[in-house]
Design a protein around this ligand. Structure first.
Ligand code: ADP
Length: 165
């Protein structure tokens, strides 16, 4: 049997953006399977529940059998990766700020599990400004997030706003 190259792509995905999708789609050129893991973001201002994020990502990738969506809480990422037979952690890079954080995390994970490689993919310029944090802000203030998030996410955010009115 061929050895499957599996990567985990962890993040908050609150909400999933076109930037995330782009990383996953390009990641599929490198890996046989990508497991997108939604982490609980207790420290950030939450917009969507973990279940809503998982549901949206599953809907977005329903036609991609090589993409699986899961969630995890209070677990070491490298342990999770090992349990899923993943050999890589996929991450995206946009800014110097991303770099500093990612650098620390990659070195820590390397120390915890030397066999797992962190693989970084540079953002494509059209997504360089797209961040979940800003999208949450814009959505909260009633602005349009069109073009920055997939249609399913935009619909979900609009529905949430309608319900709040
Ligand atoms: P976290 O809360 O762990 O930062 P995010 O959900 O914000 O997770 O993002 C998950 C991963 O996707 C991170 O590696 C982040 O740098 C990357 N990412 C987010 N937005 C973009 C983008 N527009 N272009 C490239 N990578 C991105």
């Amino acid at each position: 049997m061929k050895f499957m190259k599996i990567a985990v792509y962890p993040g908050s995905f609150d909400p999933p953006t076109e930037g995330h999708l782009n990383i996953i789609e390009r990641g599929l050129n490198l890996f046989d399977k990508i497991i997108v893991v939604v982490a609980v973001n207790s420290s950030k201002n939450r917009l969507l529940t973990v279940e809503e994020r998982v549901q949206l990502l599953r809907e977005i990738f329903k036609k991609f059998p090589a993409v699986e969506v899961d969630s995890f809480k209070d677990e070491l990422l490298v342990k999770y990766a090992q349990s899923r037979k993943a050999t890589a952690i996929l991450r995206g890079l946009r800014t110097l700020q991303d770099y500093e954080y990612e650098f620390q995390m990659a070195l820590t994970n390397k120390k915890l599990a030397p066999a797992i490689e962190t693989v970084f993919m540079m953002t494509e310029p059209q997504y360089a400004h797209v961040s979940s944090t800003l999208i949450r802000e814009v959505a909260r203030l009633g602005g349009s997030v069109s073009g920055m998030v997939p249609d399913a996410v935009e619909k979900k955010l609009n529905k949430k706003r309608e319900r709040k009115k």
